[in-house]
Design a protein around this ligand. Sequence first.
Ligand code: ADP
Ligand code: MG
Length: 249
Amino acid sequence: MESVLSLKSVSFAAQNALVVEEANLEIEAGKTTAFVGPSGGGKSTLLKLSAGLLIPSGGEVLYQGRDIALMNRLQNLEFRRESAFVFQDSALWANQSLFQTLELPLRIHFPQMSRVERQRRIEDVMSAVGYKRSLAVRPANLSMGEQKLIAFGRAMLCGPKLLFLDEWTESLDDNAAQRLIALVKQQQSRNNTVVFVSHKPQIIRELADCAVMVAGGRIRGRLAGDQLKTGGDLLDLLERDPAEKDGEG
Ligand SMILES: Nc1ncnc2c1ncn2[C@@H]1O[C@H](COP(=O)(O)OP(=O)(O)O)[C@@H](O)[C@H]1O
Ligand SMILES: [Mg+2]
């Protein structure tokens, strides 16, 4: 197997406590990995560490063999263009219109793109995620679900090879969720890599090649293949009492 991301003994400390501890993980290129586990277990932190949005306090995260924390400006810019992140709280710019927010990644990564081309690209992506209302408003005018659509659309704008999605179907109605699921499948059909956090067994089964259990800041287990797609192994993993697993360390 070819790893696109390697986490080597990754730890992350916040306010003198270890939020992630000694995580070792290989993310396979072209595959979809799901992080599962209880609230507060460290999934979002591990996802941000994997995406290079947080720098580990110990260990290293390698993208195609290169330590993200040690990348120079150009390497970092290239990594940013190739990867995209949907935040659990959407993280849209509060004081900018949606259009300005969506234009920004295109301006940064495709400086040669004309305003007309940017507009067309944004319209295409908004139609793919199913957002039909005005882009002139600010995020505060939107429901949580609509904010998720914009955040997902922003992530798709630059054609990412590596997509990180945190609780990306929360607060969405079934139609909207199905539309985003179809976009993830499109990424898969293009052999792109997806890493996502979800609590929904149905979505994990439908999309993931591998599920990684994160609880108490540690990686507690991994399911792949038949164990994930059939039988009760996934439900066991999702329902296992995290306190029980704290015995390991
Ligand atoms: N920057 C931070 N400062 C303090 N505590 C944090 C910070 N980031 C995360 N935590 C804590 O680490 C734990 C794991 O958080 P998180 O990764 O968001 O978990 P999950 O996504 O699994 O719900 C939580 O208890 C959270 O409060
Ligand atoms: Mg989270």
